[in-house]
Structure formats: structure tokens, C-alpha cells
Write a protein that binds this ligand. Structure first.
Ligand SMILES: NC(=O)c1ccc[n+]([C@@H]2O[C@H](COP(=O)([O-])OP(=O)(O)OC[C@H]3O[C@@H](n4cnc5c(N)ncnc54)[C@H](OP(=O)(O)O)[C@@H]3O)[C@@H](O)[C@H]2O)c1
Length: 293
């Protein structure tokens, strides 16, 4: 049997790792190649092209990114190479060998002024360097001729890697009291849910060619609009931590990168186009916290 080959970048990151956990279920029909920085350094354009052409995949799922939002403010060049130049090279190479690209982007392409859930076609206006380099990555893919989709997600967490949930658990064990901002509203996304959604889309595409456009943008997050403070409170309650969680305004917690105070994503298009089920944020948080116990 000729198996479809899928390259997944960012295998050591949250989303790449979650994809690696589900991949064995699909190994009858797919051959997965999971890659991290060691297998392919995305700052090396010629290496990207050589690697993809060598392996001749049918799908490339790009989960690698420069995700250090605050560091990107000063490490601008590196952020641009990984978030803009790399997806551009991946897209042009995929186009050349007829490989479909699934690229991941971010809610930080928006400025938060809308105050209503963002649709994929809403105007982008990033507030920080990370968001700008991710937006340029989206644009580069859209300007290629590569059959591709771009999935924007937000507030990603997993039992693996660095994220808000794990940071909160650590702080709640170490401290009697913590302060968390309550004026930034968004949707948490469990990376395991997004990983499943991505592979569901790949399966649908194999069946009925659903990835037909170039750089079509989708939104995916768990449902429920909450603040980081609400999120922290739930983490505390579900995991039974003895710690007081105080709400504070963002102005009391200055960071190098400016952050939007509203980044709720409207996910109806991905639900409709691919028949994807979007799960409630609390049930997913409970699952992740159970794994972290
Ligand atoms: N995390 C969030 O809250 C969030 C929110 C919205 C959107 N997103 C997007 O979702 C996607 C997945 O995010 P994530 O949370 O899984 O990110 P993550 O945990 O930070 O993982 C990103 C991975 O990219 C790899 N990478 C960075 N530079 C590389 C390079 N030069 N060559 C090869 N690999 C490189 C990193 O490798 P090393 O481990 O070696 O550094 C890391 O494993 C990204 O596109 C991100 O922009 C994330």
C-alpha cells in the first residue's frame, strides 16, 4: 500500500508533540516524519527545500514557530526568519512537489479592538513583533501557489512543554498568593484537541479533497471566552491547590510585548467546512490537569 507521507515540524513543541501522540492510530495509512530543530533547522532555507524534496511528503504540518512573544520584541530578526521566511520557503517547496500545507498561526495577528469574536477574514493589525512576523508568514503562504490552510489558534496549553497551565500549577505550589491579569479576554486551546482537529482535516482531505484553496484561513480554539484570571481560578479549583488567586489589571503586569485585551476567535468556519467538533474549554482543561497529576 502506498502510504501518504506527512512531515510534522516542531515535534518538541506542544502541538507537534500532541500530534506525535495520536499519529500511531493512523499509521496504517500514513507515514509520519516528525522533525525538530535537530532534524531540520528552519533558519536554513536551502536545507528546508532539500529536506522536503528528499522526502516527497503529501502533507506538511508546520507546528514550528518562534513563540517567545516577549523575546521577539528585541530578537526580531530570528522571529522573522522562523515565522515568515521559513513558512514562505516551506510553501514554495510544497508547491513544487504538490504537497499540501497546514500552517498554524495566532490570535495575536489582531489588535483586540473589535470586542466581538474575530472571523478569519477580519482585518489584521498585530500589536507586537511576534504577531507581525506571524501575519507576514500567513501572507507569504497566501502569495504562493501552494494548496494550503492556515489555522489560527490561541492560548495553547498541553501536558507537554511550556505554557500557562503548567506555570500556574508551579506558582500555586510555591506561593500562598498569586496575581493574574483579568482584562485580557480570549479562548484557551488544548493542543491535544487542535492536534486531533488537524488530523481529522487531513483524513477528510484524503477522502474528498477538502484542501483546495491557497492560504485559506481558519480559526480553532476551545469554546468559552475568559480572562487569564478566570483561567487561573479554574486551574486552582480543579487541581485543588491551596493558593489565593487575585485579579489584577494588565497595567500592573508590564511586559516587553504589547498584548491585545480581546482575542476571542470565531471558529464556525472550521466547524462547517470540515465538520470539526469544538470542545468546551473546561472539559479539556480537566483532561489535561488529570494527565499532569
Ligand atoms: N503557544 C501559544 O499560546 C500559541 C498561541 C497561538 C498560536 N500559537 C501557534 O501555534 C503553533 C504551535 O505552538 P506551540 O505552542 O506548539 O509552540 P512551542 O511549544 O513553542 O513549539 C514550537 C517549536 O518550534 C521549534 N522551533 C523554533 N525555532 C526553530 C527552528 N529554527 N528550527 C526548527 N524548529 C524550531 C521549537 O524548537 P525548540 O524546542 O528546539 O526551541 C519548538 O519545539 C505555532 O505556530 C504558534 O505560533 C501558539
Amino acid at each position: 500500500v502506498n502510504k501518504h507521507k506527512i512531515i510534522v515540524s516542531g515535534k518538541d513543541g506542544q502541538l507537534g508533540w500532541e500530534l506525535m501522540q495520536i499519529a500511531p492510530k493512523l499509521e496504517q495509512n500514513f507515514e509520519f516524519i516528525f522533525i525538530g530543530r535537530q532534524e531540520l533547522d528552519l533558519t536554513q532555507a536551502t536545507a528546508i527545500e532539500a529536506f522536503i524534496k528528499h522526502h516527497q511528503p503529501t502533507y506538511f504540518i508546520n507546528c514550528a514557530a518562534y513563540t517567545a512573544v516577549d523575546m521577539a520584541e528585541t530578537d526580531t530578526e530570528n522571529a522573522a526568519v522562523i515565522n515568515t521566511a521559513a513558512p514562505k520557503k516551506i510553501a514554495s517547496t510544497c508547491e513544487a512537489i504538490n504537497c499540501k500545507l497546514i500552517h498554524i498561526s495566532t490570535d495575536y495577528v489582531f489588535d483586540g479592538e473589535k470586542k466581538k469574536p474575530y472571523n478569519p477574514t477580519d482585518l489584521c493589525n498585530p500589536l507586537n513583533v511576534y504577531g507581525l512576523t506571524k501575519m507576514h508568514g500567513e501572507e507569504a503562504i497566501a502569495q504562493s501557489n501552494c494548496k494550503s490552510i492556515i489555522i489560527r489558534t490561541s492560548w495553547v496549553y498541553s501536558s507537554h512543554g511550556k505554557n500557562f497551565v503548567k506555570t500556574m500549577l508551579r506558582l500555586m505550589s510555591d506561593r500562598k498568593e498569586i496575581n493574574v491579569v483579568n482584562d485580557q479576554i480570549g479562548n484557551p486551546t488544548y493542543a491535544a484537541d487542535l492536534a486531533k482537529a488537524i488530523l481529522d482535516i487531513v483524513l477528510k482531505d484524503v477522502e474528498s479533497n477538502v484542501i483546495r484553496d491557497i492560504g485559506k484561513v481558519y480559526h480553532y480554539s476551545n469554546t468559552g471566552n475568559i480572562s487569564w484570571f478566570n483561567f487561573a481560578q479554574s486551574i486552582q479549583q480543579i487541581s485543588n491547590k491551596v493558593c489565593i488567586v487575585n485579579p489584577i489589571p494588565s497595567s500592573s503586569y508590564p511586559t516587553p510585548a504589547k498584548r491585545s485585551n480581546y482575542s476571542v476567535l470565531d471558529c464556525t468556519v472550521i466547524e462547517e467546512d470540515f465538520d470539526i467538533e469544538i470542545l468546551d474549554w473546561t472539559s479539556s482543561l480537566i483532561k489535561c490537569l488529570a494527565l499532569l497529576k
